[in-house]
Design a protein around this ligand. Structure first.
Ligand code: FE2
Length: 288
């Protein structure tokens, strides 16, 4: 690691605990010599150590949550490598909508998890169906359309996902009731699911796939606006349009990064065929 990198990264990180402990020791020494002696030192320092412990616990818990999410996403990416990186980008776009809607940090983070994990139920769909090269039978299509329910089953015991769980179950619902799995309409569809549906379709349109080139961001937004009201919540579409107008679209993981040099992209999966079918009636989602 370059010296400059070490100075900026590791050194401050390792110096901070030393500085905090040094200050605590100094405070202990000063209080110990005060008129109230050791009692004063304990009364001041004990709460300080407790708050430090709680803070450390919070960070450990957060790291465990991130690791759980990463493991699930990697499993989905291995299963359906064709759309690798899609989950992270849907999480990123969902977060942009959350910020635009003024959600607090905690809800925005849970919404990001919802975007990242929206297609986790693909783990329950046979790989041969996700990668099938050819028309789908009605039965195969029915099995693929079970993935929101599989996903919900997988994550419903994970408490920290909160509202993200219902977003995973309902991310293919449409405002006019023509979606699945329950055909919910309008406000019956959970808010997080309405956000993820927009983010999912936006990334599906702006990502390059082997069967078609990526659409420009402006064209994708135009398409989302055209389908707002029938398929998508106009509030969520408007929020994405405003956020992108201000910040632009700079995905952390692009589709191109997912295919190592010299490796041919896999054959178009079932999701592409569902997507093109959906385009006849509206905008198709990125996943199945
Ligand atoms: Fe999906």
């Amino acid at each position: 690691m370059p010296v400059r990198g070490a100075w900026r990264g590791l050194f401050p990180r390792s110096l901070a605990p030393v500085a905090v402990h040094g200050l605590a020791g100094l405070m202990m020494a000063v209080l110990w010599r005060s008129p109230y002696g050791p009692v004063a030192a304990l009364l001041v320092l004990l709460p300080m150590y407790v708050s430090c412990w709680v803070f450390a616990q919070y960070h450990r818990e957060r790291a465990a949550h991130q690791a759980t999410i990463r493991a699930l996403v990697q499993a989905v990416d291995i299963k359906d490598g064709y759309t690798r990186g899609h989950s992270e980008r849907v999480g990123q776009a969902s977060m942009m909508i959350a910020r635009e809607l003024g959600m607090d940090d905690e809800r925005a983070e849970v919404l990001r998890f919802a975007g990242i994990l929206h297609d986790v139920g693909k783990l329950g769909v046979p790989t041969r169906l996700l990668r099938k090269d050819g028309p789908l039978t009605p039965e195969e299509r029915r099995i693929i359309e079970l993935h929101p329910e599989y996903g919900h089953e997988m994550v419903r015991g994970i408490g920290f996902l909160g509202e993200a769980r219902s977003a995973i179950l309902h991310h293919h619902e449409r405002l006019d009731g023509s979606g699945y799995p329950y055909g919910l309409t309008g406000a019956q569809i959970p808010e997080f699911a309405r956000v993820v549906a927009v983010a999912d379709a936006f990334d599906a349109m702006t990502s390059t796939r082997s069967y078609r080139r990526a659409r420009p961001v402006a064209a994708a937004l135009e398409e989302l606006e055209r389908c707002a009201g029938a398929q998508f919540d106009p509030v969520m579409v408007g929020a994405l349009v405003r956020a992108l107008g201000r910040q632009g679209w700079h995905p952390a993981v692009t589709a191109d990064e997912n295919v190592p040099p010299g490796v041919c992209p896999p054959a178009p999966p079932v999701s592409s065929r569902l997507e093109s079918r959906s385009h006849r009636n509206g905008v198709g989602g990125g996943g199945a």
